[in-house]
Design a protein around this ligand. Structure first.
Ligand code: CAA
Length: 693
């Protein structure tokens, strides 16, 4: 075996040259991997004993793509194109041997090989769109030539992966093998023995014919997905490249790919999305809770409260095979809760995402009880009742009396003081916050709230468990609202205040949806219902909400709220609401202002950035990127803007501080910039330079 680069070896086995990449963790195409591929191919061509070549990876996966951490830096060593050309134009057959995930540049390398074999569990995809990019190493031209334009459109604009069954059916792979190395070598020998022709994917456009005959393929696809792609640049760039694959010769298509790739790569959207990729992974790392911290075994879970939240939480555990017991106080509430869970699963099955058998398997893992004592042997119990400190304290006292030693006692509180809750137990080290977001079976964010006394093993267990159930866990310290809601409160306060100063709900919501949020605060209120927490008997018309609820404008459920709604639930600005607001505004002493959309946005987003800075300076969040993960996954901050801290750096922290100071002079201390923001601005820095401590 010869090392052809720092991470790539070359050996010859029974006439087959084997290029082995061993670059943990995911064999990404770092400069030494590209060098190794290039040099390995040279060695194979030069060696007369080599009749065919196998490219294979050690470790958990085939090449999982370009090395994202190298993007933006100067290129070192062989380019990916050099390596791909050496493979594709090789006079000796090249076989890519695939296990794990062949993603992005990894799949693009495999597509330049003459043949591909894989083990049954392998998966294939071009996920660049999720990084705000497109497959820039010929993938946009080669994949459609293998799987057809329709399937390529789906895969490249969603990043969806396919398994070996589909890959085999479409011709993406030639064979499924049991033992990857032995199977690939045997396949390479067979190809030589049979004298098979060395077909290059680039030369065969048979699969593009149907797309050429379908004049409306691309316009239909754009129209169908317009909502999903709204605001993102990368999906459209991917579509353009597939269109080029269909309509232009290969080399012309490659030119389009390079041009579109260049535009995306230098744009802010891709920078944000690549930042976010690492942000999500960084959030798993907790400085004082090392990776090897012992974890507790969670084999059974109890949930107190079978409402929408409790039921949604339960589904997460059943989905990964962990049995869950739901506790309710009344039989009819329990029945209703279990019924809603079943309905949710059945709806998912109707959409084809799970099978009927899986619905039954998952339901079999969820049981209901009215007996608190049934929780005694659970490894983890999550309290998910409404936000009352007294009620929560009462429940935690009972949990302390009931649960076995070593169990984790978790609260799903969204804003209450976890330390106070923990203080009623004899084991505050076992108490943690697990704040799920509604709908809890769908939303990716999980705020893991660390109390003053929470044990490190409890934190490590909760973070790992969050990942296991498919969430993006982020650690927060204790403060009212934790990371997410504390920032939301600031935005809400400004939104409510602003409509008393001139702009209307549709102006505020419009500014946020144009920025990229799925909806604004008033649309959100209408969806949730304005009457949550409103009391008809006590209502006396003193607040805007009182008046709207009294007029039966309680949101979408009554057909009107801040907006009127048509039969398709389309919000229509309401003259009646505008008038009510004008009456309230006249009574308020707030200055009336005329604001552009940009100014509205500043008044909503700058306070969020300011609060994020306070959260960081108080040590509630570990790092700015954690705040960004919370806001992207929990509140729909557009991923192409990275999150409030990333966005603030794009705008410039110094500029934000200057504008906050002006607003503080005009409208008071609420606009006063946080010390951390002032400090960063004074040093000419941004959140990216923040160092905790
Ligand atoms: N570049 C650099 N680092 C990468 C990487 C990549 N392409 N993919 C993963 N990593 C790193 C992660 O940051 C992580 O590092 P830490 O342990 O330090 O946090 C480590 O590898 C393990 O990753 P995961 O925690 O995500 O491990 P997993 O087993 O859950 O998932 C995976 C593995 C499916 C490969 C997942 O990491 C993934 O989806 N990676 C990105 C794949 C991708 O987007 N490829 C396209 C790249 S762009 C491209 O290829 C452009 C082109 O056309 C040339």
């Amino acid at each position: 075996m010869t090392a052809v680069s720092q991470t790539v070896d070359f050996s010859v086995e029974d006439g087959v040259g084997v290029i082995t990449i061993d670059s943990p963790p995911v064999n990404a195409l770092s400069s030494h991997v590209r060098d190794g591929l290039f040099e390995g191919m040279k060695a194979a061509i030069a060696d007369d004993a080599v009749k065919s070549v196998v490219i294979i990876c050690a470790g958990r996966t085939f090449i999982a793509g370009a090395d994202i951490s190298e993007f933006g830096g100067a290129q070192k060593g062989a380019s990916l194109f050099d390596a791909q050309e050496a493979i594709e134009n090789s006079t000796k057959p090249v076989v890519a041997a695939i296990h794990g995930t062949a993603l992005g540049g990894g799949l693009e390398v495999a597509l330049t090989a003459h043949f591909r074999v894989a083990i049954a569990s392998a998966r294939f995809g071009l996920p660049e769109v999720n990084l705000g990019l497109l497959p820039g190493a010929g993938g946009t031209q080669r994949l459609p030539r293998v799987v057809g334009a329709e399937q390529a459109l789906h895969m490249m604009t969603s990043g969806a992966q396919i398994g070996t069954k589909e890959a085999l059916a479409s011709g993406l792979i030639e064979e499924v093998v049991d033992d990857l190395r032995a199977g690939a070598i045997a396949f390479a020998q067979k190809v030589v023995a049979e004298g098979r022709a060395l077909t290059r994917i680039r030369d065969n456009d048979e699969k593009l014919k149907s797309a050429r005959e379908n004049a409306s393929l691309f316009s239909d696809f754009r129209a169908k997905n317009a909502r999903k792609f709204r605001g993102f640049d990368a999906p459209e760039a991917n579509i353009k490249c597939i269109e080029a694959a269909v309509n232009l010769p290969f080399d012309e298509g490659i030119k389009v790919e390079r041009e579109e790739f260049g535009k995306l790569m230098t744009g802010v959207q891709s920078a944000a999305q690549r930042y976010f990729f690492f942000a999500e992974r960084q959030a798993q790392k907790i400085p004082d809770v090392p990776k090897d911290t012992p974890k507790r075994d969670i084999k059974s879970v109890g949930i107190i409260g079978g409402g929408t939240m409790g039921g949604g939480i339960a589904m997460n555990f059943a989905n990964v095979g962990i049995p869950v017991t739901l506790v309710e106080v009344k039989a009819d509430a329990l029945e209703r809760g279990l019924g809603i869970i079943r309905k949710n699963y059945e709806n998912t099955a109707k959409k084809g995402r799970i099978t009927e058998a899986q619905v039954e398997e998952r339901m079999a893992l969820i049981s209901g009880t009215l007996e608190f004592s049934d929780l005694a042997d659970k490894d983890l119990v999550i309290e998910a009742v409404f936000e009352s400190m007294d009620l929560k304290k009462d429940i935690f006292k009972r949990l302390d009396d009931t649960l076995k030693p070593g169990a984790i006692l978790a609260s799903n509180t969204s804003a209450l003081d976890l330390n106070e809750i923990a203080s009623v137990t004899s084991r505050p080290e076992d108490v943690i916050g697990l704040h799920f977001f509604s709908p809890a079976n769908v939303m990716r964010l999980l705020e893991v709230v660390r109390g003053d006394k929470t044990g490190k093993d409890v934190i490590a267990t909760s973070m790992a468990l969050g990942k296991k159930i498919g969430k993006a866990p982020v650690l927060s310290g204790v403060c009212p609202g934790f990371i997410g809601n504390r920032i939301l409160f600031q935005r809400q306060a400004q939104a409510q205040k602003m409509i008393m100063q001139g702009p209307l709900p549709q102006d505020v919501d419009g500014a946020l949806t144009n920025f990229g949020f799925p909806m604004g605060p008033f649309q959100m209120s209408d969806l949730a219902g304005l009457d949550i927490g409103w009391n008809k008997e006590k209502s006396n018309g003193e607040t805007l909400r009182d008046v709207l609820c009294e007029r039966d404008r309680r949101g979408q459920k009554t057909g009107k709220g801040y907006y009127d709604y048509d039969e398709n639930r389309k919000p229509i600005p309401s003259d009646e609401v505008a008038e009510v607001i004008r009456d309230f505004a006249a009574k308020s002493n707030l200055p009336q202002v005329t604001l552009t959309e940009e100014e509205i946005l500043k008044r909503l987003l700058y306070p969020m950035v300011n609060e994020a800075a306070k959260i960081l300076q108080e040590g509630i969040a570990i790092r700015p990127s954690d705040v960004d993960v919370v806001w992207v996954y929990g509140y729909g901050w557009p991923r192409y803007w990275g999150g409030p801290c990333f966005w603030a750096d794009v705008i410039g922290v110094d500029k934000i501080v200057a504008e906050l100071e002006v607003l503080a002079k005009e409208e008071g201390a609420v606009w006063e910039p946080a010390d951390l923001l002032k400090d960063l601005a004074a040093k000419g820095q941004g959140f990216k330079d923040f160092a905790a401590g």
